[in-house]
Design a protein around this ligand. Structure first.
Ligand SMILES: Cc1cc2nc3c(=O)[nH]c(=O)nc-3n(C[C@H](O)[C@H](O)[C@H](O)COP(=O)(O)O)c2cc1C
Ligand code: SF4
Ligand code: SF4
Length: 260
């Protein structure tokens, strides 16, 4: 029957997690949530792996789960893993609620996974990349074991303040790229265009231009080898982070369905 895991990822944490889950399950496809998907067969396990944004889901993940047709796969085992940096808020419960309200499907298992916190617009990057990565690798092991044996758990709703904060972010996010700046260190290499999961960047006259359909995933800021992309004048002196196991090339290839 096979398994499938859908992911959304800006800086590689969630893709790395989806890859590890996929490796541990037999016959498991990895598919990006940035493009629409039509099921042509039934799956044994169906998973969603994504980052927490403002204590809830990224806009693209909401749209993907709302619009996917799951009617031929009602009997699969459904799970979700939300990666986060400090507090996952309602991001698991939101998936639970969306699956139930839109599709009448119960999320069998959900887990939060603390990983490196990448939101460079709000804070500087920690220097403890190795320690944090090691810890998250350890915490992923029991999650994978649970998915393998199709373990069921219950997912609790947290305070509704998280919901309002996420809704406000979703309303504004598309246009948030208007505050990104590109300095003269830009070499026109095109990496930012490649890593953008939603094709919101076009290189024109050797510089990135933003199309105002942003997810605020910060991949362009984080993967730029010249640190040429910044948020206003806030991020110039801050560190940069991308998941140590996910190169820009691999992220691009997975996002475009060139690797499965
Ligand atoms: C726009 C944005 C909002 C974020 N909001 C939260 C948050 O509310 N809580 C949290 O713990 N981490 C938050 N983070 C951190 C990410 O959830 C975390 O680093 C995640 O593992 C990144 O996954 P990725 O590398 O697959 O993109 C945020 C990151 C971004 C870019
Ligand atoms: S990744 Fe950086 S250097 Fe390369 S085109 Fe984009 S902004 Fe310029
Ligand atoms: S423009 Fe940058 S921050 Fe916005 S979605 Fe693309 S890569 Fe992410």
């Amino acid at each position: 029957m096979g398994n499938i895991v859908f992911y959304f990822s800006g800086t590689g944490n969630s893709l790395k997690t989806a890859k590890d889950i996929s490796k541990a399950l037999e016959n498991c496809e990895i598919v990006s949530m940035t493009k629409s998907f039509n099921f042509t067969k039934q799956y044994d396990r169906i998973g969603f792996v994504y980052p927490t944004y403002f204590w809830g889901l990224p806009k693209r993940v909401i749209e993907f789960i709302e619009n996917i047709n799951l009617s031929g796969n009602k009997n699969a085992y459904y799970y979700a893993v939300t990666t986060y940096g400090g507090s996952a808020g309602n991001s698991l419960y939101q998936t639970y609620e969306l699956l139930f309200k839109k599709h009448g499907i119960k999320l069998n298992y959900g887990q939060t996974l603390r990983m490196f916190s990448n939101y460079v617009i709000i804070y500087d990057m920690s220097k403890k990349i190795n320690e944090i990565t090691e810890l998250s690798n350890e915490k992923l092991i029991p999650i994978i074991d649970s998915i393998k044996i199709k373990y069921n758990n219950s997912i609790n709703k947290l305070t509704s303040i998280f919901k309002f904060i996420n809704e406000d972010f979703i309303k504004k996010v598309s246009n948030m790229d208007k505050d990104f700046t590109v300095n003269d260190n830009c070499t026109g290499c095109g990496i930012c265009e490649k890593v953008c999961p939603v094709e919101n960047i076009e290189i024109t006259d050797n510089k990135p231009c933003y199309k105002h359909n942003c997810e605020q995933c910060v991949a362009c800021i984080q993967y730029c080898p010249q640190k040429a992309i910044n948020y206003k004048n806030v991020t110039q002196n801050r560190g940069r982070y991308t998941n140590p196991e996910i190169t820009y090339k691999e992220l691009y290839e997975y996002n475009h369905g060139l690797l499965k």
